[in-house]
Design a binder for this molecule. Structure first.
Ligand SMILES: Cc1cc2nc3c(=O)[nH]c(=O)nc-3n(C[C@H](O)[C@H](O)[C@H](O)COP(=O)(O)OP(=O)(O)OC[C@H]3O[C@@H](n4cnc5c(N)ncnc54)[C@H](O)[C@@H]3O)c2cc1C
Length: 386
């Protein structure tokens, strides 16, 4: 991996600093507390041409890769502005459509999404399947050369603001396939289509984006909705899921840096005995440890993004980067809260606001235990435990 960023990559990484001058972390925490979408921020990122980072130029994108998308997220998060919708839309959905959809489907959806005129969310989770995505039941039954989609997805981030969901469905039920990975198909579903309904899932995480349960009742789909081949969706799914892990690792690393920076400023000023509390090793060591772990996870994230962009296997690296960054960011925010004393819990200092967000990353989009299972089995070659 080349550790030196190109001029363009550096510009993308530094973009968060420019945005924060107008729409800083207070803007983000205010929106997060109200569960209100950061529309101004989204419009700005769209106008500056960053929503289509992973989309080729002929479809309105920038023709760059996952490294640049991760740097964008990391740079924004460094300033306390973790723009979560960059993950489910521009990374997971647009990236996948650009890579695997037909020319017609790309032309139908990508230019408007890159321009910020339309938004995407990503829907795989089902209540009864949970972490075991093999068991999803949402089914698109063939009806001539079309399909009828039926089923329920839950915890779908940003579905209320999105025009489309990239839905992971089955075209053959899991008990009728030879290999359990057969029979998956990916569709772009218009969330305003007949047969689609959504209900809010109330979540106690302050974020600008809310979660929704989607209900599909005989939603009509055709070749114009298809991403990849019928029945072969599993083969391309990890071109969404690995990038998701990598960009969320970037988000965690950025939030970690942000809160550590705030803790350093605060503890350098705050005097309760005779010297600034930041002069005590009891505060310095946890901050230094958190900083080290954040920088390690950031390097792991960049390594995973670099491999992905080269088209090399990046599953192990993506999982390990996500695990490392989630754990490092939890430690970083927890340490920053402790350094702020009572002020770690005030709305004014807005440190605690970041805790639920990073804690969520231990559980979603893939939980810590499943990642450790993967590392034990696929990296260490140990027996499958479940
Ligand atoms: C705020 C939020 C936003 C989300 N956004 C989206 C979204 O946009 N799109 C989407 O599709 N989904 C989304 N999700 C869903 C999320 O990806 C799932 O909640 C997550 O994958 C865990 O699935 P589950 O909740 O069913 O947990 P379960 O599968 O029920 O697991 C519960 C716990 O059991 C343990 N566990 C499970 N299996 C094993 C095992 N084999 N070995 C060891 N331990 C195990 C783990 O600790 C796990 O945390 C979101 C969730 C939340 C909370």
């Amino acid at each position: 991996m080349n550790f030196e960023l190109t001029t363009e990559q550096q510009m993308i990484y530094d973009y968060g600093g420019a945005v924060a001058k107008d729409l800083d972390y207070k803007y983000w925490t205010d929106k997060a507390r109200k569960n209100e979408f950061t529309q101004e921020l989204w419009d700005r990122v769209a106008a500056d041409g960053f929503l289509g980072i992973m989309v080729p130029e002929e479809y309105g994108g920038a023709g760059l890769g996952l490294m640049e998308m991760s740097l964008l997220m990391e740079g924004l998060s460094n300033h306390g502005i973790p723009l979560l919708m960059l993950v489910v839309g521009p990374t997971m959905s647009l990236g996948l459509i650009a890579k695997h959809a037909t020319e017609e489907v790309r032309r139908a959806y990508l230019p408007d999404a890159c321009a910020g005129k339309t938004q995407f969310c990503f829907a795989i989770t089902e209540a009864d399947a949970g972490s075991n995505a093999m068991k999803i039941k949402t089914i698109a039954k063939a009806r001539g050369n079309r399909f009828a989609l039926n089923g329920t997805k839950t915890f779908i981030t940003g579905a209320d603001n999105a025009d489309y969901a990239l839905v992971v469905a089955r075209t053959t039920p899991h008990d009728q396939v030879k290999r359990k990975t057969d029979g998956f198909t990916l569709f772009v579903v218009d969330l305003n289509a007949k047969g689609v309904e959504m209900h809010l899932v109330e979540v106690s995480v302050p974020t600008p984006d809310t979660q929704w349960t989607l209900f599909f009742d005989d939603v009509d789909l055709g070749p114009e909705n298809l991403v990849g081949e019928v029945g072969k969706g599993f083969d391309i799914l990890f071109d969404s899921l690995n990038p998701e892990r990598i960009v969320l690792a970037a988000q965690c690393a950025g939030i970690g840096r942000f809160v550590i920076g705030k803790a350093v400023d605060y503890t350098s000023e705050r005097v309760v005995f005779d010297a600034p509390i930041g002069s005590y090793q009891g505060l310095q060591h946890p901050l230094a440890e958190a900083k080290t772990q954040i920088e390690m996870s950031s390097l792991m994230m960049r390594n995973a993004a670099w491999l992905y962009d080269l088209g090399k296997p990046a599953g192990a690296e993506s999982n390990m980067a996500k695990y490392a960054a989630a754990e490092a960011s939890i430690k970083a925010v927890d340490t920053a809260i402790q350094c702020h004393g009572g002020n770690g819990f005030t709305k004014d200092y807005a440190i605690y606001d970041y805790y639920p967000m990073v804690r969520l990353m231990r559980t979603a989009p893939v939980n810590r235990e499943l990642i450790l299972n993967y590392i034990a089995e696929k990296v260490l070659g140990m027996p499958r435990s479940y």
